[in-house]
Design a protein. Sequence first.
Length: 201
Amino acid sequence: MCGLSMGGCIAMTFAARHPDRLSGLVLADTFGPVPLTVGDRLWREALRLTIPPARPAGYERVERGMVWLQQRLSGAGVAGDYGRIEAIRDRGPRMATEEFAKVIRAIASFHRTRVDFGAIRVPTLLLYGEHETGVIRRQMHELAALIRDAHLFAVPHAGHVANLDNEAFVGGAIRGHLGLVWPDHAPRDDDPAVVAPGTDG
């Protein structure tokens, strides 16, 4: 099971509640219900503040404003190739503003969710873009400490959506993880994108 960002929250919750229903886990650019710092709490409150302006202005404009602000606070690489994200979005169905509000509320309140990390017994690959926000980077390291069989990697030249920013590294890391979980499906030795599990970044 793989989950990125909010998908990672869903995946870790499922893995903890149904540990016998999966063989491996990948959590990318995500966060968990771990002890919150002041910065974490401010980040969540800032997310909630995006909901009122999204109703009249549309969530796309608000999201662009969030990206602009993140870039000013954390550096230009934090959003990765945001133009590519927008291009993918343009090819799919539009998200209703109320759905955007639901997503934001879910993210901002996820720290209240109970996740028994001790119940996650499968090999877990943790990935985060090297240009991620400080909040996400810190939380990924917290998750690596809480999950017993975890391998943590920083994805070079990547921001929040690391799988789009550095497909070769992320794809190689996942193939290497699959080789650990299912040895019969181990990647080819000559694949230059493969990252060996256990060389934590």
